[in-house]
Design a protein around this ligand. Structure first.
Ligand SMILES: Cc1cc2nc3c(=O)[nH]c(=O)nc-3n(C[C@H](O)[C@H](O)[C@H](O)COP(=O)(O)OP(=O)(O)OC[C@H]3O[C@@H](n4cnc5c(N)ncnc54)[C@H](O)[C@@H]3O)c2cc1C
Length: 406
């Protein structure tokens, strides 16, 4: 090989980002992407509901890294090389204007992921990068200092360096092409999913959203606060998705059968709510109708709880026994639900698992065992919650890998 040759396995977000940066830094290198399907950047296309939520408005690396159930520590280090500010500048270099939404998600102003796809494809082409479609890598080995990459079409290509950006997978079989290198893999499992209820009675409230709930997985330390949404199958919403991501491995081990406790008004404990209602009971002629405003919960939810304990909303607090008030407080602050199974969130899902981070030098993204072999993107055991964090991890790791540092 006359020119230094760099092969990239996988034409997704991380593959293109690495490819463009390598070609930009090294105009004399031959850079090519091997993509197993007939189309590149397919996940970018569907990402963020077709708008591509490319990163998150978070400029503090420590805060940013807290959004990664797996990879927090490693990314904290990696963000010193490439973070959200760098992502914004990188896209600005290609004339892509971005906008932040009120929840912190950042999208292209065009509101279409096609803008990002066009940017990547044009930039890579202009830098003389080549894309080979329908080119699945089936094995990889290193002979002397050269990588030999065997393809499904029975051809073999050679490269001086290889960047693996083949994305997440449902099973470790997807990474079989790495087996010659004895790279330690973590079992790929789902992250970001919603909870299916065994007893569906509360689903009569479907569509109901509670802003300040706290969900705790019983017999574990996993707990999150935020918006909980009642669906026709169980519970969803940002709080549940975040909890599913942080507890992904634990829930997988428990075969997605577990119990949760919900405090629907997390600003109260059972005791503080009880004291509050007792105060109201002793101070006048208030009815249960008044409680909806007091606990700041949707009327439908309060009515549902009152039905459970056979209290008419028009009944006076003063005529209600303390026992009933206690039962109400328990329903609000510590309702228990049995979960049986999960539903994968349709808008965005990622897998946790993949290449064990101990295999990789985070300063370079190079394999600790195999010189010249780099990893970036979702193939790594890194995953973030929803909000643009997964792409940010792809940009950061691909940028570092593209420096081809030893
Ligand atoms: C529906 C959906 C919406 C999403 N929306 C967002 C979002 O808005 N914001 C966000 O931050 N994240 C989002 N994500 C997550 C994000 O898309 C991924 O984290 C990101 O695409 C990972 O990039 P990657 O390049 O590592 O992998 P991928 O994008 O998965 O690319 C890997 C590529 O490698 C190819 N490949 C695999 N094996 C081989 C092989 N053996 N040989 C050759 N090629 C191979 C694959 O075909 C694929 O093209 C979303 C995910 C989904 C599924």
């Amino acid at each position: 090989m006359n020119k230094k040759t760099i092969a990239i396995i996988g034409g997704g977000a991380a593959g293109f980002f690495a490819g463009i940066n390598i070609a930009r830094n090294n105009p004399n290198y031959k850079v090519f992407i091997l993509e197993k399907t007939v189309k590149t950047l397919q996940k970018v296309k569907v990402s963020g509901g077709g708008r591509c939520n490319i990163t998150h408005h978070c400029f503090d690396n420590t805060q940013l890294s807290k959004n990664y159930p797996r990879g927090e520590e490693e990314l904290l280090q990696a963000f010193t090389q490439f973070n959200v500010k760098d992502t914004i500048s990188w896209f600005a270099h290609y004339g892509i204007k971005l906008k932040s939404e009120s929840d912190g998600r950042i999208f292209p102003v065009s509101n279409t992921s096609q803008t990002i796809i066009d940017c990547f494809e044009t930039a890579f082409k202009e830098l003389n990068g080549k894309v080979h479609l329908n080119t699945e890598v089936v094995s990889l080995r290193k002979v002397d200092s050269i990588f030999e990459i065997s393809l499904k079409n029975e051809k073999t290509v050679k490269a001086d360096c290889v960047i693996v950006t083949c994305g997440g997978a449902n099973n470790t079989g997807a990474y079989d092409f790495l087996k010659d290198f004895n790279i330690k893999l973590r079992l790929p499992i789902a992250s970001l999913f919603t909870f299916n209820l065994k007893d569906k009675s509360i689903t009569q409230l479907m569509g109901l959203s509670v802003a300040n709930a706290q969900v705790q997985i019983k017999h574990s330390n996993y707990s999150q606060k935020g918006v909980v949404l009642v669906t026709h199958w169980g519970f969803s919403g940002p709080c549940v998705l975040k909890l599913s991501a942080f507890a992904a491995e634990f829930l997988h081990q428990n075969n997605y059968q577990f119990e949760i406790e919900i405090n629907w008004a997390s600003y109260f404990s059972t005791q503080t709510l009880f004291n509050k209602i007792l105060e109201l009971k002793n101070s006048g002629t208030k009815t249960w109708n008044y409680i909806t405003a007091e606990v700041q919960l949707p009327k439908r939810l309060v009515a549902y709880f009152l039905t459970q304990i056979a209290i008419e909303p028009s009944k006076k607090l003063a005529e209600t026994s303390n026992k009933k008030i206690e039962q109400f407080c328990q329903l609000v602050c510590s309702s228990t639900f049995e979960i049986k199974g999960k539903t994968t969130f349709k808008e965005e899902f990622v897998t946790c698992g993949g290449v064990d981070l101990k295999e990789v030098d985070i300063r370079t993204m190079q394999s600790k065992k195999i010189k010249g072999l780099y990893f970036a993107g979702e193939v790594l055991n890194i995953d973030g919650i929803t909000g643009g964090f997964n792409f940010q991890a792809a940009w950061t790791t691909a940028y570092i890998a593209a420096m081809l540092k030893n």
